[in-house]
Design a protein around this ligand. Structure first.
Ligand code: NAP
Length: 530
């Protein structure tokens, strides 16, 4: 058996690097970050497709403890976000902890030793606690299309862009119209001979007010850091108010639909094309997309819209579900990721000898987005129901880091060798609250299907509240929601940490504390990252 560490973090995207920073700040240095690729950055390393950018402003889409006064644009492109994460790894001294090219193959809970045995592509190690920050947008999903394997041309996914393949002068088929595809279309349209877009469901698209951040603004943020912080708080506050319409009053979103329709009308003059592009579900049900370049690109003469999904491939002919046939040299899949069937779950074997995927066969369920019953000392960053439809995931990640830090502190207070296992009753209570609250949200009532919903139609990805509410729900670990597991000699014992019926069920709506009115920051100590 190889090295033993206190904490093994999986993944080095925003979640994994954030966890590493937080561990160090908690005074924990006995940890590793296991990364399957050859550099850090997670989804912002993998997604290098033309036009890739974030649709959340960078002053909000960054760590509160690592402000960057030098963001070049209001909505930064992928290279800048990736560089930011590289800088975070340097600035916070994370490199010695990161094990690149270490793919985690299997994690098995050892109930006697109370630790995780971890097999990686470069040998074994063990850890008291596993923090899985593998991320929901890490494993590309390509639909099973009959005949695709025999397609004679080039095929790749948006998150595995082949930069060696020259698209110039080619007949390219773009499959899908999600957040990735609508950025790719305007970026490649000018250079390809013909672009055919296979649209199964039209998205709602709002204009993106992207602009360069002036030198004067950057200087201001550099010399007076509170101005950058104020900018961030404003961006956060607006989204915090907006989310109420998504979660409580979807009917109010009709006004936003009018704005999106006006955005389309400005660029698309052909009424037949406009009809094909107009969604029939409530805006916000699927992620609202931001682009000022998408519709103008669709109006160009070298672009065709097939308002139907790709159903079959016959040689070099792509056949849509409505029978439309298209000849192509290359097929680019913008078909998203394995989200509700989190692939890392197949590699985790818990206390009862079953995988997390088996435990979640009827849908993902965790306690406060972090821990799962039967999987002691194992937690996720961006776990079930921690996603956002309209704001920055970094806010949610930082809340989960608070929870992680609290969890480790609780383990410390137990003294001696012990583990914590989420009580099934607490997991059930939490999920009941979340799903009750979900019922009236636009994601469940808006009349669409989306990757937010699992195969059973249950929304196991989105948080049905404000980021403030999630922050509060994850501020500390309530021991009553856990059983304490101790290795007492050869016999394993389980302690009751608190009463079964506890505040465990205090979901988003059951708190009595006052709302916080400013964005809660993780720490007061900051390091500027440029
Ligand atoms: P996605 O949102 O899951 O979109 C997948 C698209 O593929 C959908 O339009 C889907 O259609 C379509 N599709 C699936 N099978 C198809 C078929 N056989 N024929 C035609 N279309 C098919 O994936 P994504 O665009 O990669 O985005 C995933 C997530 O990544 C986003 O929601 C967002 O959270 C994140 N992202 C963020 C940014 C950003 O700016 N921050 C940029 C890119 C991605 P249906 O709608 O009919 O299912």
């Amino acid at each position: 058996m190889g090295q033993h560490v206190r904490v093994a973090v999986i993944g080095s995207g925003f979640g994994g690097l954030g966890a590493a920073v937080r561990l160090r700040r908690e005074g924990i240095t006995d940890f590793v970050v296991l990364e399957r690729a050859d550099s850090v950055g997670g989804t912002w390393r993998d997604n290098s497709y033309p036009g890739c950018a974030c649709d959340v402003p960078s002053h909000l889409y960054s760590f509160s403890f690592a402000p960057n006064p030098d963001w070049p644009r209001t909505f930064s492109g992928q290279p800048h976000i990736r560089a930011y994460l590289e800088h975070v790894a340097d600035t916070f001294g994370l490199r010695p902890h990161v094990r690149l090219n270490h793919e985690v193959r299997l994690m098995r809970w050892d109930s006697d030793a109370l630790r995780w045995e971890i097999e990686t592509s470069q040998g074994a190690l063990s850890a008291d606690v596993v923090v899985s920050a593998a991320g929901p947008l890490s494993d590309p999903r390509i639909p099973e299309i009959p005949g695709l394997a025999e397609f004679p041309g080039k095929v790749f996914h948006s998150a595995r862009w082949d930069h060696d393949y020259d698209l110039r002068g080619k007949r390219v088929a773009m499959i899908g119209t999600g957040a990735s595809a609508i950025q790719i279309v305007p970026a490649i349209q000018p250079e390809v001979a013909r672009l055919t877009l296979f649209q199964r469901t039209p998205p709602w698209v709002m204009p993106r007010a992207d602009r360069a951040i002036s030198g004067a603004e950057r200087r201001l943020h550099r010399t007076l850091p509170f101005t950058g912080a104020a900018r961030r708080r404003l961006l956060w506050g607006i989204r915090e108010l907006q989310v109420q319409a998504f979660t409580k009053r979807p009917n109010q979103l009709g006004l936003v639909e009018s704005l999106a329709k006006a955005n389309m009308k400005k660029a698309i003059k052909d009424p037949a094309l406009r009809a094909k592009l107009t969604p029939s579900y409530r805006i916000g049900c699927k992620r609202i997309l931001l682009s000022s370049a998408y519709y103008p690109a669709l109006a160009r003469p070298n672009v065709d819209l097939v308002a139907s999904g790709l159903a079959e491939v016959r040689g070099s002919t792509l056949v849509a579900a409505d029978g439309t046939e298209t000849e192509a040299d290359a097929v680019v899949f913008g078909t998203g990721f394995h989200v509700t069937d989190m692939p890392i779950a197949e590699r985790v074997v818990g206390a009862d000898g079953i995988t997390l995927a088996e435990a979640w066969k009827d849908g993902m369920e965790s306690l406060r987005g972090a821990t799962a019953a039967g999987f002691p000392n194992w937690m996720t960053i961006i776990g079930p129901n921690t996603g956002l439809g309209n704001s920055s995931m970094i806010l949610m990640i930082e809340s989960q880091l608070n929870y992680m830090a609290g969890y480790l502190r609780q383990l410390d207070t137990l003294g001696g060798h012990a583990a914590l296992g989420a009580r099934p009753s607490a997991v059930r209570a939490w999920n009941h609250r979340v799903q009750e609250r979900m019922k009236r949200t636009v994601w469940n009532t808006g009349g669409c299907t989306s990757w937010y919903l699992d195969d059973n139609g249950r929304n196991t990805t989105i948080w049905p509240g404000t980021t403030t509410e999630f922050r509060r729900a994850t501020r500390e670990v309530d021991l009553a929601e856990y059983e304490v597991i101790r290795a007492a000699g050869p016999e394993r014992t389980t302690e009751t940490a608190g009463p079964e019926q506890t505040t465990a069920a205090a979901g988003p709506e059951q708190t009595t504390e006052p709302e916080q009115t400013t964005e809660p920051e993780q720490t007061t100590e900051k390091e500027a990252v440029r």
